[in-house]
Design a protein around this ligand. Sequence first.
Ligand SMILES: [Zn+2]
Length: 229
Amino acid sequence: MFERLNENTWHFEEPDVRFFLLEGEKEAMLLDSGKITADAREQAQAVTEKPLFLLNTHADLDHVRSNYEFETFYMHPSEAFNYYKRFKGTGEFLPLHDGQIFDLGGRPLEVILLAGHTPGSVALLDINARTLFCGDVLGENYNIFLFGQHREIHAYLNSLKKLEGMMDRFDRIYPSHGVLEIGPGHIPVLREGVEKILRGEGSYVLTERYNTTVRRYDLGLAGLLCDNE
Ligand SMILES: [Zn+2]
């Protein structure tokens, strides 16, 4: 069920992921479509009467459950392989690009490409509200997945640096997992932690995910799950 976050923003909490509904004066955007919720579109349309479209922060399975309800949706092209080939997703994706602006009507949203967790992960900057919807790029009380074929820690570090350079543009961050609202101060902490890992200085414990042994680095606010190699 969508819960109101403020005048024109709602969040939908599933057991371990959330997604958002953003409304402008002309249009509304569903930002991801859930993991177990199969009628996100209907539920969003019960909240807003504005024409609704879908944008995915990325194509991991916990973010695309209700995509099938849409004939088209926005996604970065680098997610298409996972979406169609690995996950057998349906519908037609409309390609996003870095810096693209979606104006919902008095509410411009800027796409920020942040590769690493997945190759085409994007965040959305709600420019006037100085709010960042970051997908899985950041999180608190949450393990950020960076192991496996399509995840890349060097790209992730680059994305954290990119976000750090934009920190004067937002005051609050809404991630898709863990704590609902976090602050920008989170970004340098994670960036320093990732740099330490890449220098070989991070301490980790071994744990299991999807029958794979991975390293869990504790970065304080969040954990980072990395390949064990
Ligand atoms: Zn996720």
